[in-house]
Write a new protein. Structure first.
Length: 126
């Protein structure tokens, strides 16, 4: 699937209007939005493999989640580009990679996904 495909636009249209919620290891849920942003080949075990790139938006969710992600935002700022070796937001990205992969299968898309940017929309907490 390529960004110019009609299916790409259809999926992003759905994602624009959908909020995902996942639980954390700390007993609170967090709301997220996802946007497909590109397709690129990455080297995986010495072989080029195509990935769908996406941006992850962390949304204000609840007191515990907002406090937790506020700490990340103080450290990284509102927007952070993610490299293949980045460990910041790693647990959340891993969970959302699985969620997005399963979601795309509903559209008949069987490709790897990778988060390339995180935008933290949670308000800073004192």
């Amino acid at each position: 699937m390529e960004p110019s495909d009609k299916l790409w636009n259809r999926i992003n249209g759905f994602l624009d209007n959908h909020i995902f919620q996942i639980g954390s290891d700390y007993n609170f849920d967090t709301d997220f939005k996802i946007k497909l942003t590109g397709a690129k080949n990455y080297i995986v075990i010495g072989q080029e493999t195509k990935f769908i790139e996406y941006t992850l938006y962390i949304l204000p969710s609840n007191k515990q989640s907002d406090l937790y992600f506020s700490m990340f935002k103080k450290h990284t700022g509102e927007e952070i580009d993610i490299s293949t070796t980045s460990t910041i937001y790693e647990v959340i990205r891993y969970k959302l990679d699985k969620l997005l992969t399963n979601f795309l299968e509903l559209f008949g898309v069987d490709e790897y996904v990778i988060c390339t940017k995180v935008i933290n929309l949670v308000e800073l907490q004192d």
